[in-house]
Write a protein that binds this ligand. Sequence first.
Ligand code: ADP
Ligand code: ZN
Length: 213
Amino acid sequence: MQLILLGAPGAGKGTVAKQLTAIDGSVQISTGDILRAAVKGGTELGKQAKAYMDAGDLVPDELIMGIMKERLREPDAQAGFLLDGFPRTIPQAEQLRELLKDIDVELDAAVNLDVPRDVILDRLTTRRTCVDCGAIYNIKSMPPKVEGVCDKCGGKVVQRDDETEEAISNRLDVYNEKTAPLVDFYRKEGLLLDVPATSSEVVVKTIKEHVGA
Ligand code: ADP
Ligand code: ZN
C-alpha cells in the first residue's frame, strides 16, 4: 500500500505505521527517524537539521524533499510505503504530488489520525525513545522492563531533546499552522481517510478495510 499518515505529534503515526508494515511488506518511511539518524551520525544533513529539530521547528522544505526524492526511489519502497511525518507543509505536499507522478506511483489514501490535544500532550511528555533502535516507550503505560534500558536492543531509553514541555508546545503550534491545512489539501484531492485515533488496533483495522489489504 501507498499511504500518507497525517496527525499531530503524538497521534500515533509511528505506531500505526509499524503495525501496517507487517501486513504487506510496505516500508515505514519516517522523516523524523531519518533526520535523527543524520544528527546522530554527524552528517552534513544532520548538522543542518539539528537546531530546527531541537526547537521543535520544521526543517526547511528543500532538505526534506532532497531526502524523499532519493528515499522513494530505493528498491524497498517499490513494495509500498507508509509515510510517517511527511509531508508536513503544503509545498511538500505539492512537490510530493509531482514526484509521485514522475515515478508513476498512486497513493491509496492520506490517513488523518485525529486525537484530542490533551491526550497528545499527556502522551508526549511521558514518551521515551531508544537512542539506538528508535523503539518507543511510555513511562506510564508501557515502560521498558528495566528503567532507561531498551527491551529490544539494550540501548539507552531517553526523553528526546524536542520533548521538553516548551518544545512540545511549539511543535503543536507548528503542526496547527503548517501541517493541519494538509487535511483540506488531501480532502480536495479525494484521498482523505479520517480516523478517530482511539486505539492503534482500530486505526489499523479501518485502514486495512479501506485499502482492501
Ligand atoms: P513527531 O513526533 O513530531 O511526529 P518526528 O519524529 O516526525 O516528530 O519529527 C521530529 C522533527 O523532525 C520535527 O519536529 C521536525 O523538526 C523534523 N521533521 C520531520 N519531518 C519533517 C518534515 N516532513 N518537514 C520538516 N521537518 C520535519
Ligand atoms: Zn533499542
